[in-house]
Design a protein around this ligand. Sequence first.
Ligand code: 6PG
Length: 261
Amino acid sequence: MGEPGMNEVRVAPDAGALMRLAAEEVARRAEAAVAARGHFFIALAGGATPRRLYQLLADPRAPFFARVPWDRTQVFFGDERHVHPDDPESNYGMARAALLSRVPVRPEHVHRIRAEDTDAAAVAADYERELRSAFGLSPGALPAFDLVLLGLGQDGHTASLFPGSEALEAHGRLVLAPYVERLRTHRITLALDVLNAARAVVFLVSGAEKAERVREVLLGEGPLLPAARVRPKGGELAFFLDAPAAALLGRPPAAPPAPGG
Ligand code: 6PG
């Protein structure tokens, strides 16, 4: 998978089922990564959608908590708002409340983006150093996340890679700090090259308001939206959708009737 047009698309009937599907995928990949390489490196998505997934993963009564090798898991972030971790807008703050404060990940294995620093470029440079150190990267190498979770914005952005952003064309950097005109703020984000170096990327998309963009990203012919440029070169790509988000994908044409049928 990962070839354009060869994406795996899985549709769950509703948001709850979507979160269970995603939690199963996280647990499965965590087990496989630790079995293969002794650790599981995951980059969490921000925004509102993944909160329920993180709460489900942290729930000891659900079947996923016991499966994830938390002591071998290292947690990173795909992007961050340029705010303090205690700010309600903080992606780290959301993940800390929903997941990280409730599972036994080692504190030194939680790699948050230190976005409280007012100099966004310095925040990006700091996180780039942290990535290189955590992955033991040689100069010029890219980190190979075992799993990158991403969301989809209504404008087709993902992480904090927004349409028309120069950040989409940046090469040689792992972490960027683009100024986002529409939001009138800087964001800190993994570069597209990093997303495309992952072993697996899973988009988690819920809600009818995303259906048009989902169709455009998966079936569109126009200029590629940022989310459509995520195509892991040697990795797998999957879109986990609930039915409302998948509503405009249509259904494959029914097989023609058998001859004489
Ligand atoms: C962020 C996210 C962003 C998000 C999409 C979807 O920091 O906001 O990284 O890319 O995934 O905007 O957000 P919702 O899940 O809130 O719709």
